[in-house]
Design a protein around this ligand. Structure first.
Ligand code: CMX
Length: 440
């Protein structure tokens, strides 16, 4: 067994004992009440999941195993000569629950390098799609084609003991993460670079290799990819992509099936697709106003127009957060350091000044502040990645780290099939009239 797998097994065994004890002693304790509004309105604030890898605080933002993004930037190992954390280290932290050493991170880079081979039929399957197919559709189709390689599916068919579910899930998670950069880069080069593909570089780290295979050479773009892959990886368990992986995985669908399902959720404009929507929205604003650098007043007017026409302002708002997303702030810091004079980046900062007061004035929006997607596209455009329909694929490659680490935990903790109760409005009405006691 590999070093990381051994460590994960030891941690999981310990956690299993602790959780059994907690449930034995406190299993009947109530942890909240559910209102009718929550049942009808997206289950906001209902605690109904355990996700070990990260925790979201409405005011402070995300913490990965207790560490904030600035802390991770300081404490996680870096590439040689680099300043940004290597996402390999974040994956280790999420999986094992402890900060990795430089050697741990180099080991994961090596393992992912060794496991990164993508069989030809995956590329042939992507090639069968028309070129104007959205990159997220190509991504999901690529992941589904790769499902032929699932250890979990093969071993389950052979009669896998439930004690070993975690083992096969772990192998699939490592293989899938290792292979995603190759699939993402293939889609990028196929769709936007005339099908001229670039072979992986066996000496690069996971994100560096992705940047290389997409055709970028600037060392600061490699740094951006390391930061990008770190901050998009996880956002606790209730968001659509994380929850979908957990839900589909709970049916013992293998990690490829579970992750592909989650990527269909990430492809929605209220979730991950918002990163492309932000740049599209800014481009449309610039075109309509006839300027590359709209003033704050012009932005305010355009925001009002967006809202009046029944659309959301992409990149703003959040179901849980109630402050500026620290993932936005981390990208803003990156922008200040590497491209402070870039007009598009400056527009993103001007939008940050203009939008919150307007959203606040509507009185119905719970969070008028920017989320992760408000900033990411402008940084990519700076390096020449103008093909904004591709952005959600990058989000997806990163998200694999968190949701697949969590899936390993789901299987190691023996989490059962997820099956919450639903009701009909007929039943709600009967209950309100005192004719049914379903919730008493
Ligand atoms: N622009 C305009 N209206 C917005 C808004 C925005 N950015 N954010 C919320 N609202 C509206 C909602 O549509 C809702 O309107 P109705 O009552 O008319 O239906 C109202 O304000 C209340 O919504 P909320 O409770 O504040 O927000 P939700 O928890 O329902 O939704 C989110 C959260 C993210 C879907 C929403 O803020 C939104 O649509 N934002 C824009 C899309 C976006 O940036 N998504 C990316 C999120 C991060 C990610 O997952 O990647």
């Amino acid at each position: 067994m590999g070093i990381i797998k051994d460590r994960f097994k030891a941690k999981a065994e310990q956690a299993n004992v602790e959780i059994k004890e907690i449930l034995k002693e406190h299993g009947s304790k109530k942890i909240g009440e559910v209102t009718l509004a929550q049942v009808y309105q997206g289950m906001r604030g209902i605690t109904g999941l355990v996700t070990e890898t990260s925790l979201l605080d409405a005011q402070e933002g995300i913490r990965f195993r207790g560490y904030s993004i600035p802390e991770l930037q300081e404490k996680l190992p870096k590439a040689e000569g680099g300043n940004e954390p290597l996402p390999e280290g974040l994956f280790y932290l999420m999986l094992i629950g402890e900060l990795p050493t430089q050697a741990d991170v180099e080991h994961i880079t090596d393992v992912w390098q060794r496991r990164s081979h993508v069989p030809n039929h995956v590329f042939a399957t992507i090639d069968a799609l028309p070129l104007d197919t959205h990159p997220m559709t190509m991504f999901v189709v690529g992941i589904m084609a790769l499902q032929t390689e699932s250890n979990f599916a093969r071993r389950y068919k052979e009669g896998l003991n439930k004690k070993d579910y975690w083992d096969a899930t772990f192998d699939d998670a490592m293989d899938l993460i290792a292979r995603l950069p190759r699939i993402a880069a293939y889609i990028y080069r196929r769709k936007y670079k005339n099908n001229q593909h670039i072979q992986p570089d066996g000496l690069l780290d996971w994100s560096g290799n992705l940047a290389h295979m997409m055709g970028y050479k600037d060392e600061s773009f490699f740094e951006l990819m390391r930061l990008y892959m770190t901050i998009h990886a996880d956002h606790e368990g209730g968001n659509v992509s994380a929850h979908t992986t957990h839900l589909v995985g709970s049916a013992l669908s293998d990690p490829y099936l579970s992750f592909a399902a989650s990527m269909n959720g990430l492809a929605g404009p209220l979730h991950g697709l918002a990163n492309q929507e932000v740049i599209k929205w800014i481009y449309e604003m610039r075109e309509e106003l006839g300027t590359e650098s709209p003033s704050k007043e012009q932005i305010e007017e355009y925001v009002q127009k967006t809202i009046t026409s029944g659309k959301v302002v992409p990149g703003y708002g959040h179901a849980v957060l109630r402050k500026t997303d620290p993932r936005f702030t981390a990208q803003m810091e990156f922008g200040k350091k590497h491209m402070p004079d870039d007009p598009l980046v400056q527009t993103v900062w001007n939008i940050y000044e203009a939008v919150p007061p307007i959203l606040q004035s509507l009185g119905k929006i719970k969070n008028p502040w920017p989320n992760v997607d408000a900033h990411s596209g402008a940084l990519l455009v700076h390096y020449g990645m103008v093909e904004y329909e591709f952005y959600t694929v990058l989000f997806g490659v990163s998200r694999a780290l968190g949701v697949l680490a969590s899936l390993c935990w789901d299987r190691a903790l023996g989490m059962p099939l997820e099956r919450p109760k639903s009701v009909t409005t007929e039943l709600v009405k009967a209950w309100l009239e005192g004719k049914d006691e379903i919730w008493e």
